[in-house]
Design a protein around this ligand. Structure first.
Ligand code: ADP
Ligand code: MG
Length: 279
């Protein structure tokens, strides 16, 4: 059932994003808590286009439990667009991981990986590429469900369109073939780009820092470009104590050549995911 932004009271601000503000809100009659994202749509045509894409994607993914649900989308007379979304009470994986001391155990990382892969395999099967998978776009609730959020730069793949879009999203998590397609096996494979980003995300949650940079290293563009395109892909250090299944999982995601990366559905049967503790 639809929820209108007229039906809710604002409780506070949950976060500021690139495109707008996300509020915590409560339904006036049911008291149910939601997240309300408000984007000033009229100003920038690029933001407008991205937002229409996001709303379209959220409508199509309403039945997937691994994607943040959307309960209503409205365009205000002012041109602002308001989206009522499922409230994820533990916030983003990025901030949650910091609150938990900076790193997650292998079991916790496997739990996260399984849920994000369930979401990605659903999206990819429906010809949707997320393109901005990273810890701050994955949301968690108190049932420890992890869901993919923020479809601001996602794209519905259409065979008649060029698969490569301009630079949007966070370059840091982009695959080598997306940044430099000629040098890394020709055609940029958008679906495999999400798998690279997932590999970096999982490694970051375990190591406690962005894996392509040394802690403290300046995240400037040349350093990043060099690390993504010219260095060997990051791996779990041998001496780290990580299991061989985990090391293998990372290798299956972080292949520089897109065609060598496993797909989301292949990764769902990787032995590393058997590490998830059954409740
Ligand atoms: P942007 O597209 O502008 O990056 P996001 O959708 O990523 O915006 O949201 C910005 C911030 O708002 C997030 O980092 C998070 O802290 C918070 N947030 C977004 N959606 C939710 C939600 N459904 N539940 C709880 N917090 C949320
Ligand atoms: Mg975001």
């Amino acid at each position: 059932s639809e929820v209108s932004c007229e039906d809710v009271d604002r409780l506070g601000v949950l976060g500021h994003g690139n495109s707008g503000v996300v509020y915590q809100v409560r339904h006036k009659t049911t008291s149910q808590v939601y997240a309300l994202k408000v984007v000033h749509g009229h100003s920038d045509p690029l933001v407008c286009r991205q937002l229409l894409r996001e709303t379209d994607i959220l409508r199509r993914t309403a039945d997937c439990p691994y994607i943040v649900k959307c309960y209503g989308i409205e365009e205000k007379p002012s041109g602002d667009i308001a989206m009522v979304m499922e409230y994820m009470d533990l916030g983003t994986l990025d901030s949650l991981c910091k609150d938990l001391g900076g790193t997650l155990s292998e079991e916790k990382v496997a739990h996260v990986a399984r849920q994000v892969l369930n979401g990605l395999s659903y999206l990819h099967a429906n010809k949707i590429v997320h393109r901005d998978i990273k810890p701050s776009n994955l949301l968690v609730n108190k049932n420890l469900e992890v869901k993919i959020g923020d479809f601001g730069v996602s794209k519905i793949m259409c065979p008649t369109l060029d698969a490569r879009n301009s630079f949007v999203g966070t370059c840091a998590y982009m695959s080598p073939d997306r940044l430099d397609p000629e040098a890394h096996g020709g055609d940029y494979d958008a679906y495999a780009g999400d798998i690279w980003s997932l590999g970096l995300t999982v490694l970051e949650l375990y190591l406690g820092h962005f894996p392509l940079l040394q802690p403290g290293q300046r995240p400037d563009w040349p350093t990043l470009m060099d690390a993504i395109c010219f260095a060997d892909p990051p791996r779990l250090p041998e001496e780290d104590g990580a299991s061989k299944e985990f090391r293998s999982f990372i290798q299956c995601c972080l292949q520089k050549e897109a065609s060598k990366r496993w797909t989301a559905s292949q990764l769902l049967s990787h032995p590393f995911l058997a590490k998830v503790l059954k409740p």
